[in-house]
Design a protein around this ligand. Structure first.
Ligand code: SF4
Length: 241
């Protein structure tokens, strides 16, 4: 597990690593760049670079965290990748359920597989399930997420590379927006962000604005409407006993 600089989480935990690109949002995949770098540095966990690998030894790690954490699961992978066996996904879910003192945020672009297997998984309030939606073409993922039995559902619009009008936010608990960063980021129109923020306000969905992004994401910051937006779903207090 590693401390995370991602604004909407505290730590990352990667029981799988590696992935393959499936949509335009993957163009400048951070996990791919980092995996190749870590491989070149000789880090054993990334010996296969960006190829999908499962890491059984990681399943014990959440039991060792002394304090409650908010944890982004598979920041370097996609748990619902077709090369991750269902049995292993079940094991990850079992670990997450077994550790209700932590919140686990699982994010996928593979909403079809999520929908296909969601009934085989046992869900809990500390497992937050999200789909990435970078533009109009990816909106179908929201409908698939909505049909699952996940107790807390969220959408990550990052990198936001197109407008997203008329979102169906029924039964969605949380939405994150972020612009692309890096050397050649695709631009994010402020009107897209404002429109999504307004849709969330109307639908009473917690809204988190992560960043404007761009080549200098630090300088561009995360102020929208003269303020920051740090909305999150409520964390059930009993998780923290
Ligand atoms: S799904 Fe995520 S981890 Fe996989 S290639 Fe796309 S951006 Fe990278």
């Amino acid at each position: 597990m590693a401390q995370s600089s991602i604004e909407w989480t505290e730590m990352t935990w990667n029981p799988t690593t590696g992935c393959t690109k499936i949509s335009t949002g993957c163009k400048f995949c951070y996990a791919e760049i980092m995996s190749r770098r870590l491989k070149a540095m000789g880090v054993e966990k990334y010996a296969a670079g960006f190829k999908v690998r499962i890491h059984e030894d990681q399943l014990l790690v959440p039991y060792s965290w002394k304090q409650s954490k908010i944890v982004f699961v598979d920041s370097m992978s996609d748990l619902f990748h077709e090369d991750v066996p269902l049995d292993f996904i079940k094991k990850v879910f079992s670990v997450m359920r077994d550790n209700p003192q932590h919140v686990f945020q699982v994010l996928t672009k593979r909403a079809e597989r999520l929908f296909e297997i969601h009934k085989e998984l046992i869900w809990a309030h500390n497992i937050w399930m999200g789909v990435s939606v970078e533009n109009e073409e990816a909106k179908d993922r929201i409908d698939l997420l909505r049909k699952t039995e996940a107790k807390v559902k969220f959408i990550s619009c990052e990198p936001l590379i197109g407008s997203l009008s008329r979102l169906n936010l029924k039964n969605i608990d949380w939405l994150i927006v972020g612009g692309e960063s890096g050397q050649r980021p695709r631009p994010m129109d402020p009107s897209w962000v404002l429109n999504i923020q307004e849709q969330c306000e109307k639908a009473d969905v917690a809204f988190f604005f992560k960043q404007w992004g761009g080549r200098n994401k630090k300088k561009n910051g995360r102020i929208l409407n003269d303020r920051t937006y740090d909305g999150m779903p409520e964390i059930e207090q009993q998780l923290y006993v």
